[in-house]
Design a protein around this ligand. Structure first.
Ligand SMILES: [Zn+2]
Ligand SMILES: [Zn+2]
Length: 367
């Protein structure tokens, strides 16, 4: 049973449009994904939007009041946006890349509202950095630790990010009086709102140096090429992204650093082909061995394994070697190795072989 939309927004059934809007704004801010909340918060945020989408629309609200969730217009219109749009990177931690079209009628509100809310709530921070690295197939199997070199803004080591020349004082920002925030009036489609924004002079820190650091000029950060040790877990898939929290660019004046997003590309391998957690390969056997049965040695990423091929095996038959495939990340388990038997037909025959085959073929009844 779906939850009551009025209950979700915490308003009475008789609530006015204005009351609904107000309740929605309050809740949306609280559970907004930009705050880096839990999965439950995300679910709650979704629920709030769904409720608001219905209750803010006269027609939908009327239908909902009459018929509940089963009513007309309750279908795809309710929360029909793609949640993954919220989860994408690109704007800070728990990034927020809203596809306004997907939000339907809510787009304007989000645009206005969160555009402002974002800058006022969040302290300044460094930019996220995205980079791609190419690794070998076997590194994806075994896991890898390596150093990569990044050209990005790093915290100034002379002033430790403060922007002040070591030994000099740091004073209270005169622009914001040390609060790090300044009040602004903001026009939106719902009227004028008093809004709090980050102070540009101190980047929200509330402090400014009396004498700027001679190395970074007061910015607290510097563009540098620097090595960074990274760890890639065994079992990583081609195209997967690893987020390294706080390893992006340093924030201005010692504010938090952004995140580093590492996109992993895996070089193809000549012998092995990956299929999710499983690894596929081929093994060739002669047609007499396929007919009589044999044992073959199959190369897996975990070493060679002996595999019994029963008599009468057809070309194309796939055998499973359990748990000799890719590691499954953070599970301690492995996928399987799937080997396809390819039965080879001889292309060059000696006179004797030809005679034997002719004899074999003349003894009908095998096919
Ligand atoms: Zn410095
Ligand atoms: Zn300030």
């Amino acid at each position: 049973m779906a939850k009551d939309y009025y209950e979700i927004l915490g308003v009475a059934k008789s609530a006015t449009k204005e009351e609904i809007k107000k309740a929605y704004r309050k809740l949306a801010l609280k559970y907004h994904p930009d705050k880096g909340g839990t999965k439950e918060d995300e679910a709650k945020f979704k629920e709030i939007n769904e409720a608001y989408n219905i209750l803010s629309n006269d027609e939908k609200r009327k239908s909902y009041d009459q018929f509940g969730h089963a009513g007309p217009n309750m279908g795809s219109g309710a929360g029909s946006y793609n949640w993954s749009d919220f989860a994408q990177s690109g704007y800070g931690t728990g990034g927020f890349n809203v596809n306004f079209e997907d939000l339907g009628g809510l787009g304007d509100i989000f645009g206005d509202f969160f555009g402002g809310a974002r800058s006022s709530r969040a302290q300044k921070r460094g930019a996220d950095v995205e980079t791609e690295i190419l690794i070998d197939f076997m590194d994806a199997v075994k896991g890898l630790q390596k150093e990569i070199v990044l050209d990005k803004l790093n915290q100034c080591d002379k002033c430790n990010g403060s922007g002040a020349e070591p030994g000099t004082k740091i004073k209270t920002c005169p622009t914001c009086g040390g609060s790090g925030q300044i009040k602004k009036a903001r026009q939106t489609m719902f009227g004028t709102f008093a809004q709090v924004a980050t102070c540009d002079d101190c980047d929200g820190t509330g402090k400014i140096p009396e004498k700027r650091c001679s190395k970074c000029g007061g910015a607290g950060r510097l563009k540098e090429r620097k090595g960074l040790k990274i760890k890639i877990p065994a079992g990583i898939e081609d195209g997967q992204t690893i987020r390294l929290s706080g390893k992006g660019e340093a924030g201005p004046k010692g504010t938090p650093a952004g995140d580093l997003y590492l996109r992993i590309r895996i070089k193809p391998n000549r012998e092995f082909e990956r299929s999710g957690p499983n690894i596929k390969s081929e093994t060739e056997i002669s047609f007499p061995r396929a007919s009589l049965g044999t044992v073959v040695e199959v190369k897996t990423v975990h070493g060679k394994v002996k595999l019994k091929i029963p008599a009468g095996t057809q070309s194309g038959k796939i055998f499973k070697i359990a748990e000799k495939g890719m590691p499954i990340i953070n599970s301690g388990r492995f996928g399987d190795h799937l080997v396809t038997v390819v039965v080879k037909t001889p292309t060059r025959l000696t006179r004797k072989q030809k005679k034997l085959l002719e004899e074999f073929e003349s003894d009908k009844g095998w096919l």
